[in-house]
Design a protein around this ligand. Sequence first.
Ligand code: PGA
Length: 251
Amino acid sequence: MAERRPLVAANWKMNKTRSEAEEFCRGLLPLVENAAAEVFVCPPLTCIGTVVEAVSGSAVEVASQNMHWEGEGAFTGEVSAAMLLDVGARGAILGHSERRRLFGETDEALARKVPAALEAGLLPILCVGETEEERDAEETDRVLRRQIDAGLARVEVHRLAEIVIAYEPIWAIGTGRTATPEQAEDAIGFIRALVAARNEQAAESLRILYGGSMKPENAEELLGRGEIDGGLIGGASLDPEAFAAIVTAAG
Ligand code: PGA
């Protein structure tokens, strides 16, 4: 079985000014110096340059929380992969449930964004996950299949392993309710099988994270599971010590 290096990403959402971002990095770097996991910080756009500078010389990498699929043009309020690379970002969270739910991001948009990020040289972190109603109606697999089919539709098979997928059940995001390790493993196993149907080798190497109220208190239990290759952390990523504790728990 392929060795998958754990990845832990801090999704700050709409939080932190530049000086707060600098302070966070000063606190974080000494705590993750020897981390086995790959570590990403995903700040708001206004702080990307600041964080890139603050983490330079360390192994910590920076990703955005969104990205447009076009290279340039009349798309008010958007940024392209080239612009993110220009400011030093190495990845992009794509299709976060808040973007899907609150800002109308569609599966079709994701079908364009994921390959556009890859082609530009950014690591795509594709988020998928079901609502509570969908889980109660036993529609989790159907929803995940739809989101994965769309997100990977235009990705060349030989590049599949370069994508990171984050399974984030919407009912667990920012609610304090975490999926049980079994629920997370079931969903992640299902996602891996969907990738395996496209390419078995890629499915063995592709990393699938869990996200949704992960914190130092439950990180070990979740990250100790063989199927869960890391975490996408919201609330607990705003504090360097809490985030570092999760990074450490990842291995
Ligand atoms: P949370 O957010 O850790 O605050 O639940 C996770 C996410 O939205 O990525």
